[in-house]
Design a protein around this ligand. Structure first.
Ligand SMILES: Cc1cc2nc3c(=O)[nH]c(=O)nc-3n(C[C@H](O)[C@H](O)[C@H](O)COP(=O)(O)OP(=O)(O)OC[C@H]3O[C@@H](n4cnc5c(N)ncnc54)[C@H](O)[C@@H]3O)c2cc1C
Length: 387
């Protein structure tokens, strides 16, 4: 039911891109074509992560797309990464969120890591041998990262971590974790924790409303031993490490949300056309929803434009945290709005899993919450205006 051809607005936008960027998009499209809709539906309904599909995506170069080839990266730019994320989200590919977080985790290793850490973690991340997860949120510390309770202490040649991280995407399947913990006298500090570390355990697995099928779990550290060489950045630099990756991560989420919004819009337009063709709806009955469709299409195009602007800033080497936050708000709120209206327009058909509308509705809600809620993003934008 979902259209796989690009619509007019997208085609116009696409003339702005380079041949290399469009090649990444076409590659993503060809790869997505090999994944049956049934696989997307099953991963959601059974809440099962398709590690095999994640690995296949990495073999195509998507898992390290925006990193230079020095440590196995694909040498693409962020615009290309944004284009493939929109495409994967539009079709609810069951590895999409883990792929986004995987790239988010490579960012601080690439930026703050030692040569040895880059060799050890980036190469296998690029090939798909390793999957990475990001451990920031705790039961009592979500938006307020200053409230982090996970502790780290240095003992001779290793650190000892204690605490719990919660709602960690890919937590149940990842090989290594970027973990923020509080080091006495230094403050929040970043570590790379291997899945096999002594004292590390995967906790509760969550049965989610949306973003299901991503092995979202608790991580439990009980006197967890982390070798000294797995310190990421300097003591007390954890906040800087986290923020550097989250700013780019928000642009990735904006791209995914633009894809959800486009997917929902395409589906409902196709559905309405089919119903007219079958004589179930008269063309003049559609008059009342034309303004609505025009409004939805405009919102999707503006979410895309802001997302691309934020991605261009990244590619120019000027990550703009405010712009990234704006793109995340605009795109995820648009996805939620378009999915809600599309469900209304679809009526009883909206409940059909095959249409992906109810799925996009559930996923879009999560998009408004994770990687910094949209309320918090608005506060940060306001703060940047009045500081
Ligand atoms: C699907 C999903 C995947 C996730 N994956 C990860 C992951 O991989 N890694 C990770 O570390 N975390 C992850 N998270 C956690 C996510 O980042 C947090 O849920 C998010 O940061 C919000 O924190 P919280 O849930 O504790 O909400 P809270 O911080 O408790 O906020 C609750 C509400 O209060 C509002 N609020 C809070 N403080 C203020 C304030 N000062 N002013 C105004 N309003 C405020 C918020 O906007 C929100 O509406 C994931 C969450 C979801 C839903």
């Amino acid at each position: 039911m979902l259209q796989t051809e690009v619509n007019l607005t997208q085609s116009d936008t696409f003339s702005l891109f380079t041949a290399a960027q469009l090649e990444w998009l076409n590659k993503a499209r060809r790869f997505a074509d090999t994944i049956p809709l049934a696989d997307c539906l099953k991963s959601d309904s059974e809440n099962v992560f398709r590690r095999d599909l994640f690995e296949a995506a990495c073999k195509q170069g998507f898992g390290s797309l925006p990193f230079p080839d020095t440590y196995g990266g694909s040498g693409g730019d962020y615009i290309s990464f944004v284009l493939i994320n929109e495409e994967f989200a539009r079709r609810c590919m069951p590895f999409m969120s883990s792929l986004g977080v995987h790239v988010l985790c490579q960012e601080p290793v690439s930026r703050f890591g030692t040569h040895e850490q880059k060799e050890k973690y980036l190469r296998p991340s690029a090939s798909g041998l390793f999957l990475a997860a990001f451990g920031l949120t705790e039961p009592a510390a979500g938006s307020d990262t200053a409230a982090l309770e996970t502790t780290a202490r240095l003992e001779s040649d290793h650190y000892v971590l204690n605490g719990t991280k919660t709602f960690i995407t890919s937590g149940g399947s990842a090989n290594y974790f970027i973990v923020m913990a509080r080091l006495a006298d230094a403050g929040i500090t970043a570590f790379i924790v291997d899945k096999e570390s002594k004292g590390f355990e995967i906790g509760q697995k969550f049965d989610m409303l949306g973003m299901r099928g991503y092995a979202t779990c608790e991580l439990v550290f009980s006197d967890c031993i982390v070798p000294k060489e797995n310190l990421l950045g300097m003591h007390g630099e954890g906040r800087k490490v986290a923020l550097s990756s989250l700013a780019k991560g928000r642009v990735t989420i904006a791209a995914q949300a633009t894809g959800w919004a486009q997917g929902a819009l395409d589906t409902v337009v196709t559905l309405l056309k089919e119903r007219v063709k079958k004589g179930e709806i008269k063309v003049d009955e559609l008059e009342t929803c034309k303004y609505l469709l025009g409004d939805l299409a405009t919102r999707v195009a503006s979410a895309r434009a802001l997302t691309h602007q934020a991605a261009y800033a990244i590619d120019r080497g000027a990550v703009d945290v405010t712009l990234a936050g704006m793109a995340k708000i605009q795109a995820t709120d648009t996805a939620m709005h378009v999915a809600t209206e599309a469900l209304s327009l679809a009526g009883k058909f909206g409940a059909e899993p095959d249409l992906l509308l109810e799925r996009i509705f559930r996923d879009a809600k999560a998009g408004q919450i994770y990687e910094g809620t949209n309320q918090i993003q608005r506060m940060l934008i306001a703060r940047s205006l009045i500081k």
